[in-house]
Write a protein that binds this ligand. Structure first.
Ligand code: CP3
Length: 356
């Protein structure tokens, strides 16, 4: 089995860096768009054969070192009973947002058995992908963090200001805390199910964690996140955990205390600076962090020689004395307008230029 990616997650020194791309199964690929012609987004997620097919596309087309299951972070909220709509051209919406303590109390957390029953299509897709991969690369499962999931559920979709979420957090933090706790319990059950179905590592997406300052992140977002992380660390088999944050440079001193294996960051700070902060003496006090990221997704729109130069620089910034401690990726999801040969050039540049 090719376990380069898993060895890098565990902090081992590897023969070269592994590379994969957030949103690697997506609209920039003509092969993905062809499958999407046949099925809307949710149908695609809920049809294991199709979800498996698009999961494998970037492995075949780009030669990435990990597969990430084709699904969405919002699916477990739908499984909790919230109606979820992906309208063509728009992002996701929840037509009935959850904005009160009473509404939160009416959304029971999912148990492992509920997750099997209502999200079994995700698990079926994972088993199919594992079979079809046959050890070519590891399979990554994922979920959203409780804070980021709640952000969508409370706003009713994406938002510029997140005024409902943030307003609730100031008016009634315990009420919002109840929702976050239910989402945390659900996420833990759902993610444990993914591991049972064959996920070999898990990534937690905290797309909106950066909305909070460090003090409020610690008091609001961290407790439910820690519940998920602690639960996963205690469950067997224990798989590597990756935490991704977008726009969270100001939170790094708090993130250093998270007991995850890999910290995945955006492009707004060089990896060397991220490492300096998370490895500084402090409450976390941990050295030898494995970092994931962090090329600017828009850099894949540059001419290929410029992409190669920027990859080179990212590799230098991510490198450590003891070896690499770095998994190459973008700092956020790949943009739908990226030419496929540019994505391939990114992957190849990492694979060739990080050889030891
Ligand atoms: O990375 C992968 O290839 C695996 C699949 C994956 C998707 N969404 C498929 C998807 C993953 C890991 C996600 C995570 C996800 N979903 C996040 C966290 C990562 C991030 O981008 O910050 C978030 C916030 C969501 C919620 C979501 N899903 C939004 C806001 C949108 C609309 C925006 C957009 O890019 O269109 C989606 C839709 C979505 N999820 C698409 C894909 C491939 C596009 C849908 C389509 O084909 O029309």
């Amino acid at each position: 089995m090719n376990d380069l990616f898993l060895r890098a997650c565990r902090g081992e020194t590897t023969e070269r860096l592994p590379v994969w791309i957030m949103r690697q199964a997506g609209r920039y690929l003509p092969e993905y768009r062809a499958v999407r012609q046949k099925a809307d987004f949710l149908t695609l997620c809920k049809t294991p054969e199709l979800a498996a097919e698009v999961t494998l596309q970037p492995v075949d087309i780009l030669g990435v070192d990990a597969a990430i299951l084709f699904a969405d972070i919002l699916l477990p909220l739908e499984a909790m009973g919230a109606e979820l709509v992906f309208a063509a051209g728009d992002g996701p919406t929840f037509p009935t947002p959850v904005r009160t303590r009473e509404q939160a109390a009416a959304l029971p957390a999912l148990t492992r058995a509920d997750a099997e029953e209502r999200l079994g299509y995700v698990y079926d897709a994972m088993r199919l992908v594992r079979k079809e991969l046959a050890g070519r690369v590891p399979l990554l499962g994922f979920g959203g963090t409780p804070w980021t999931l709640a952000a969508y559920l409370v706003e009713g979709g994406g938002s510029k200001s997140f005024s409902h979420l943030l307003g609730w957090s100031y008016e009634d933090p315990e009420g919002l805390g109840l929702l976050l706790d239910r989402v945390a319990d659900t996420s833990l059950a759902y993610l444990e199910g993914q591991v049972a179905a064959g996920a070999q590592a898990l990534q937690l997406f905290d797309t909106w964690g950066g909305l909070l300052d460090l003090e409020r992140w610690r008091s609001l977002a961290l407790p439910p996140l820690r519940k998920v992380v602690k639960g996963l660390l205690a469950s067997t088999p224990r798989v590597p955990l990756i935490y991704y944050i977008n726009g969270g440079s100001h939170l790094l001193p708090g993130l250093a205390e998270l007991e995850v294996d890999v910290l995945s960051v955006d492009w707004r700070q060089p990896l060397s600076e991220v490492r300096r902060v998370v490895e500084a003496d402090g409450p976390g006090g941990r050295k030898n962090w494995v970092l994931q990221g962090n090329l600017d997704p828009a850099a894949l729109l540059a001419p290929i020689p410029e992409i190669e130069r920027r990859v080179e620089r990212m590799l230098q910034e991510g490198a450590t004395e003891r070896g690499w401690g770095h998994i190459a990726n973008l700092g956020h999801g790949i943009l739908p307008t990226v030419p496929v040969d540019h994505a391939r050039a990114f992957v190849r540049a990492v694979q060739e230029r990080s050889q030891r």
